[in-house]
Design a protein around this ligand. Structure first.
Ligand code: MRU
Length: 345
């Protein structure tokens, strides 16, 4: 499996996810503005991957500062942080990672600039390494809800590509597969940008995990026919009451799952929990370019000038969620009290 994110030779190397599965191309970044653009244009995407990329963007921003004045450096870093924060609004991991980098900067503030820059790089490396370890833990916990022979539906891509490695929802699937369970995955294609078709199907095929691709509108039919045993998806932001923002279409899958009495799990690191937000209504939902709906991979599929609505995420109310699989264990309802416990543990 190719790495989505790698720090190499003083540069950030990103696997260009806009080109998959047609081409495996890498891009190298030496400046924070480039990293910000990579996040906005979804060269790198998926909540934890965005967070790690932003942390390395912060490091590059620090390296770009050539002066000696500490106050100038600090105001430069404020600009770096706000540029990176302005890229995508929904995934809270972006803001979580930037806050962690800012905290590290405050902690190192009294040292020399070279020392600060070095310390920031070490912090970004920690964020990246911890992400992979966390995903493996999510996989271990989640494996407990996957039966041998399970047919699992997933939406979007919450895999190695969406993280620094291993994945969240796909981490659960990987662990189940690696533990010898005879599982089968159904991947929603996930319009408009087809993360399921382009990325999840590609990732699972590479690992030899049985995967069947369906269009988003086929999920209900499969459930009705008794072909789905469990749903596992990722998350971009989880509010304190358990309401979960994830890729547009997730909510419809959750409602369908409940109608068919199929368990619906969210797999996410605790860094995706935004305990400050009381409920999902407070989660900002990104709206993206209308062309993403009018076209598919650059090919027109709608008449020129037709009005389009393109929210990139939706919110699944907590009542549809059977459990939230985190690195600290599976959180069950009631989420308002149980998420709080997992945050302090
Ligand atoms: O717009 P994207 O591709 O960044 O959206 C990604 C998702 O919605 C994922 O399911 C989510 O970030 C979890 S990734 C482990």
């Amino acid at each position: 499996m190719h790495k989505s994110i790698e720090w190499t030779d003083h540069r950030l190397k990103l696997l260009d996810q806009t080109k998959l599965p047609g081409a495996v191309e890498f891009r190298h970044y030496t400046g924070y503005r480039g990293v910000a653009e990579a996040i906005t244009t979804m060269v790198v995407r998926g909540a934890p991957a965005i967070g790690a990329a932003a942390a390395y963007g912060f490091v590059l921003g620090a390296a770009e500062f050539q002066g000696q004045d500490k106050d100038e450096f600090i105001s430069h870093m404020e600009e770096v942080s706000s540029t990176l924060a302005a890229t995508r609004p929904t995934a809270v991991n972006l803001f979580w990672a930037l806050r962690r980098m800012e905290d590290k900067l405050r902690e190192l503030r009294d040292g020399g600039l070279a020392e600060i820059k070095q310390g920031l790089l070490a912090e970004a490396h920690d964020i990246a390494a911890e992400d992979v370890a966390i995903n493996r833990k999510i996989g271990e916990h989640g494996n407990g809800v996957i039966a041998d022979g399970a047919r699992i539906l997933t939406h979007c891509n919450a895999g190695a590509l969406a993280t620094v490695g291993y994945g969240t929802a796909l981490g659960v699937i990987r662990t189940a597969h690696d533990s010898g369970k005879n599982i089968k995955v159904f991947a929603d294609e996930t319009r408009p940008l087809l993360q399921g078709a382009r990325l999840t199907a590609w990732e699972l095929l590479q690992d030899g995990i049985p995967v069947t691709l369906i269009t988003d509108s086929m999920a209900g039919y499969l459930m009705q026919k008794g072909q789905i045993d469990v749903v596992v998806v990722g998350a971009d932001r989880i509010a304190a009451n358990g309401d979960t923002a994830n890729k547009i279409g997730t909510y419809a899958v959750a409602v369908l799952a409940q109608a068919h009495e199929i368990p619906f799990y969210v797999a996410a690191p605790t860094s995706s929990i935004d305990i400050k937000l009381a409920n999902g209504e407070e989660i900002p939902i990104e709206e993206r370019n209308k062309l993403e709906v009018r076209e598919i991979c650059g090919c027109k599929v709608a008449p020129e000038g037709v009005e389009v609505f393109n929210p990139a995420f939706d919110v699944t109310p907590a009542k549809y969620i059977t459990g939230i699989i985190t690195e600290k264990g599976i959180v069950a309802p009631p989420y308002a009290s149980n998420l709080l416990k997992v945050m302090v543990r």
